[in-house]
Structure formats: C-alpha cells, structure tokens
Design a protein around this ligand. Sequence first.
Ligand SMILES: Nc1nc2c(ncn2[C@@H]2O[C@H](COP(=O)(O)OP(=O)(O)OP(=O)(O)O)[C@@H](O)[C@H]2O)c(=O)[nH]1
Ligand SMILES: [Mg+2]
Length: 389
Amino acid sequence: MDSAAASTFDPLYILWIVLGVLAIVGIVALVYFATHRSSREPRSPIIDAVPARGDEELLPDGDQAPQADAPTTTLERPEALDSRWMRLRARLASSGAIGNALLSVLSRGSLTEEDWEEIEETLLMADLGLGPTTELMDTLRREAKVLDTSDPAAVRAILRRELLALVDPGMDRTLDTTPGVTDDGTAHPATVLVVGVNGTGKTTTVGKLARALVADDKTVLLGAADTFRAAAAEQLTTWGERVGVPVVRSDVEGADPASVAFEAVSQGVAQGVDVVLVDTAGRLQNKTGLMDELGKVARVMGRTAPVREVLLVLDATTGQNGMRQAQVFADAVGLTGIVLTKLDGSAKGGIVVAVQRELGVPVKFVGLGEGPDDLAPFDAEGFVDALIA
Ligand SMILES: Nc1nc2c(ncn2[C@@H]2O[C@H](COP(=O)(O)OP(=O)(O)OP(=O)(O)O)[C@@H](O)[C@H]2O)c(=O)[nH]1
Ligand SMILES: [Mg+2]
C-alpha cells in the first residue's frame, strides 16, 4: 500500500501523466484544424493560382497557396530584349558552317560542276529545303557568270543579299500583345497559345517569353494547360516565381486543358494583366484526338478574348521532320509564328527559310541556349550575318 502511494506521488509518474494529457490535447487540436481547414478548401475550380507577390486576392479567404509562402527570394530582373541578339549571335556563328562552306567554294574562281554540287549539298544539309536551294543555286550560277568570283568581298555581298531575300526581312515578327475589350466592355489581355510536339522546348519558351515580356514592363500570367504531368505545371511555376508571374494550374492530373486555359484567360481579365501565355502538353501530330484537343483549347480561350498568337515551338535539330509536324499544327490551330529552339550548336539554320516558306508564317523568336534569357527576337539581318560571319 505504502509503496503504491509512494509511486502515485513520484515526480516521474506525474510527469508521464502531464505528457500524456498534452499529447491527447495535441491530437484533438490537430484533428480539429485539419477538419476545419478541409471544409474551407475551394470546391470549384480545379485551378490553383500561384500569385505574384502582393496578389493575395487570388486566394480563397484565409488560405495560403502552397507555393506562395515559400518565396522570400528576390525577384530576378530579366535581360532586356535589345541586348540579347548581340550576346547570343556568337552561338549561331559557331554553327554557321553554311556560310563559310559556301564562301570557300564560291571563291574558288571558275566553278566546276563538282563545286556546284558541293554548294547544293551544303544548302540541303543546312535544311534550307529543296525549293529555296534550287532558287539560290540558280541565282548564284547566274551571278557567277558575271561576277569576279575570285573577289571574296563581292561573293560575300551576293551571298548575303540572296540569303537575306530567302529569310525575308519584310515579315512582321513582332509578338502581338495588343490588349482588347470583351463583349461586356471589360479590358482583356492579349493571349498567346504555345504548341508543339514533345520536348521541343515549349515550357521553357513560355518561361523565357514571360521573362522577355517582364523585361519589357508588361504584366504576365501563365496558364499551365499541360495537365498530363504534374511536373509540367511545377516546371512552369518555377519559371513564374523567379519573375513574380502568377500561374494558373490545375491540381488534378489529367484535367481538361481547355478549362485550365479558359480559367487562365479569365484570371488574366480579372487581374488586368497585359499578356496571358498558355503552355500545352507536347503531342505528336499523328494523334488526331490530341490535335482536336488543341483546337478546343484555342476555341475556348477565344470565347473570352481573341487569341492573338499561336506559336509553334520547333526544335531546329529535328530538321525536315519538324516541317511535317508544323503543317499539321498549322491545320489544327492556325499558327501566327514559329519559335525555333536549340539553334545553338545546330548547323540546321536553313530550317528558318524552309519553315517560313512552307507555312507562310514568320519565325518570331529563336532559342539559343538553356539559360533563362537565351531567347531572342529573330532578326533576319543578324541571322544572315551570323551565318556568313
Ligand atoms: N540548347 C537548348 N536547349 C533548349 C532550348 N530550349 C529548350 N531547351 C531544352 O529542351 C529541353 C526540353 O524543354 P521543355 O521546355 O521541357 O520542352 P517541352 O516542349 O515543354 O516538353 P514537353 O512538355 O515534354 O513536350 C530542356 O532541357 C530545355 O532546357 C534552346 O533554345 N537551346
Ligand atoms: Mg512542357
């Protein structure tokens, strides 16, 4: 009996009781908060928005967006567009074997049939395409008859002029970011849809474009309409967070991409941003269902505001294969511009000419590396100069 009483008042025994009570209170509190919180979770949209700093109105009352509490990092300041081409053109020049190869053959003086074959091969290898190659060959043959081809400067001038004509400096390469007004009189942003086959660089390009627009003092919102993989929305969110650009995304894998795109445009209107950029999942051009889905995305976006730009992202290293893809995308959604990625280290610069000819739409941007600001507005003269540097 004594020993039982002693153990009841043992300080260790009391400590155990106190700890036990605390643990029970803790568990009850946790269960309460968890239940309470889930009842406040937004029901409707499958959409999560990662707000830009100071954009808390996007969030349901009292809720915190998962990604919103983390960023204490300072925002990056993207590089201005006008200095990019100068910085990046060297990467093109390193692949500018085309111009140099042509110049060295042309400067041989009186050219033999074998020399002409070499020229033709160089042009075809650079993915210039059959039509433009034949045209250029004809012009060069004509010029060679009247020109002193042993004068390198004269040869260079002719080559520059003819390549430039093929690249077509007259095409309008500006990204249309004109805002508009919806039927009910509300201002709406310019919207841009980005499409292409798997792995061409769509998400990277959307991220880079967002930075380019931010550098141009535009406000931007991103839509993660690649709902196939959660990682795709994550990837886009990371791009957005670095420059304080909000991302509309679904928290449901496999959600309807059109509804995410629609929500992105709606949020863009609500927040009064200048430009909404929508990323889509990569798809093969022979998957009819997926191509139809893309058409739906464009149509649904267009209900709120006309889609200003549909950009096809083409991987320059895939050459003529890319051309076949391009045509199917053009038929499905109607393209307004091409973004040619991975031109750094590719000797396939001729694809610029081929794709523009085939589709009748201009190359508007070129990707020249994996760095966040390694995307430059396409400059026809700078491009040709780099090729024959
Ligand atoms: N060298 C180089 N790499 C690039 C360029 N653009 C994109 N990439 C790389 O290409 C890879 C694929 O890029 P993503 O943006 O994920 O391609 P995606 O088209 O979104 O891919 P899916 O969504 O899977 O279809 C990444 O490793 C990018 O860093 C470029 O201009 N140059
Ligand atoms: Mg992607």
